[in-house]
Design a protein around this ligand. Structure first.
Ligand SMILES: Cc1cc2nc3c(=O)[nH]c(=O)nc-3n(C[C@H](O)[C@H](O)[C@H](O)COP(=O)(O)OP(=O)(O)OC[C@H]3O[C@@H](n4cnc5c(N)ncnc54)[C@H](O)[C@@H]3O)c2cc1C
Length: 451
């Protein structure tokens, strides 16, 4: 069974990248159909409602100065939320100290010696003017080692960069990418988004519907069909029902009925992870060998809703000698019913294939213990909690050798009118910034190649 839609673009994946590429292309006059394998849109930016609380998938902070902000501004999609304070607590060898992320924190912290404080102050100033590109080829650890010999300060620097990059891999991580991310985050800070990131997803979705994008959810694309140029896609799932009357159906209904069917398409944008993108192509397609094998960056998350916070002032903490994160996002964004609080605790995991077994398999217990230290008595006020042992924050770890690239190009080599978008594509930003920036680049490439 073959359906035909003329002059069309198929977008595979309904996360931030797929939604923004679809919106941009529809506004440019293309007929766009977006396929999402799940029943709901949003991918990793989805927010789930539980007992009136809004649970993002782990801690999500919107970088106000990042490429994603620029893209959403261009698309006319607003992002609103609260700006969290940078002050908080540092947890080092089991004890709490002031976090030296502000001038007051640096002056008062019991974590650093006077000498280390002076070094930290000088480093803060140096960082403002440092051209991150000059660190090309260096690992983050090599860069940190060059800044100070003070062990506590080294660990503080690593912890702050872990916070802004979500990456716990100083020896494998590119110093250029990490420092550029730190500088961007330090300049404009972050937002905790009101109602959760689903609000961004919903705003992109309604703008896309307004621009004429067709959405087909619960529809997994299983293959991109091509003969050197894109010809269409195949949708997996149920067998076709030969008795179905397609003439009275909407496109969506027809596609549901004809799962396993082929849909002709002039152009395809794959806004999915690299392993899925690879699986949609034939094994003989000449992709770079690293495409499916790139290392994801992951964290373990404990998301907790409580009736009220036993310690309302404890809104932010970072592990210094252990890669732990804690923040009460509801202290800044509307995520909880009146009086309630939504708290995210997380452990940054070492890259797949590195680290010890216990480092990679962080238990819920460790995160609960962190919460015990910061919010004693939280268990008695618990409304709902969710443990996500291994979430992929980014599909790619940016390594030192990758400074000039390392990520996939927007155009898929050797297959005309096939494009990719996502956090593992392009050359700008990290995480959602990379996803949105590459989506825009893919949409622009589609238009440039077929004006
Ligand atoms: C715990 C956690 C914390 C994070 N924190 C931050 C943060 O603080 N700041 C930040 O900027 N970013 C953060 N991120 C990253 C951010 O969520 C992602 O960068 C962004 O949501 C990725 O969007 P995407 O569209 O590229 O990918 P995804 O959201 O993964 O979307 C891909 C979509 O494709 C669909 N799909 C896959 N295969 C198929 C198929 N065969 N057919 C049809 N559909 C398919 C999937 O179901 C999914 O909906 C975090 C992520 C996580 C997990």
């Amino acid at each position: 069974m073959s359906l035909r839609v003329s002059k069309n673009v198929v977008v595979i994946g309904g996360g931030l990248a797929g939604l923004s590429a679809a919106l941009y292309l529809a506004r440019a006059g293309r007929m766009v159909t977006l396929f999402e394998r799940r029943s709901t849109l949003g991918g990793r930016a989805a927010t789930h409602r539980r007992s009136g609380f809004r649970f993002n998938l782990g801690p999500h902070a919107w970088f106000r100065g990042g490429a994603g902000s620029r893209v959403l501004r261009e698309l006319g999609v607003p992002v609103s939320g609260g700006v969290p304070k940078r002050s908080g607590r540092a947890i080092y060898r089991g004890a709490q100290h002031a976090l030296p992320t502000t001038v007051a924190g640096l002056l008062t912290t019991s974590l650093l010696s006077l000498r280390a404080k002076r070094e930290a102050a000088a480093l803060m100033i140096r960082l403002r003017f440092l051209d991150a590109r000059r660190l090309a080829g260096l690992s983050l650890q090599e860069w940190i080692d060059g800044q100070t010999t003070d062990e506590a300060l080294r660990q503080v620097i690593a912890a702050i960069i872990r916070l802004t990059t979500y990456t716990h891999a100083p020896r494998q991580q590119s110093a250029t990418a990490a420092i550029a991310q730190l500088q961007m985050a330090a300049r404009r800070g972050v937002l905790f988004v009101h109602d959760g990131w689903q609000r961004i997803v919903d705003a992109l979705h309604s703008a896309a519907v307004g621009a004429g994008v067709n959405f087909v959810t619960s529809a997994r694309v299983v293959r991109v069909v091509h003969n050197g140029a894109v010809e269409g896609i195949e949708i997996g799932g149920l067998e076709e029902d030969a008795t179905t009357d397609t003439y009275s159906m909407t496109l969506e209904e027809a596609l549901r009925a004809y799962r396993g069917a082929r849909l002709n398409a002039d152009t395809v944008v794959m806004a999915v992870d690299p392993a899925t993108a690879t699986s949609l192509l034939d094994p003989e397609d000449q992709l770079p060998d690293w495409w499916p094998a790139i290392t994801p960056v992951q964290i373990a998350c404990l998301d907790v809703a409580v009736e009220s916070m036993p310690q309302p002032r404890a809104t932010f903490a970072l592990g210094i000698d252990r890669p732990l994160y804690y923040a009460a996002h509801s202290a800044y964004a509307q995520l909880a019913p009146k009086g309630g609080a939504l708290i995210h605790v997380a452990r940054y995991l070492p890259p797949v294939g590195t680290g010890t077994h216990s480092e990679r398999d962080s238990g819920e217990q460790e995160l609960e213990m962190m919460l015990d230290g910061l919010q004693p008595g939280w268990r008695e006020r618990l409304v709902h909690s969710r443990f996500l042992p291994r979430m992929t924050v980014s599909n790619i770890l940016l390594r030192p050798g990758d400074d000039g690239g390392g990520r996939a190009a927007t155009r898929v080599n050797g297959i005309r009118n096939l494009y990719v978008a996502g956090d593992w594509v392009g050359d700008e930003g990290m995480m959602s910034d990379a996803a949105l920036s590459s989506a825009m680049a893919a949409a622009r490439a589609v238009i440039a190649d077929n004006p």
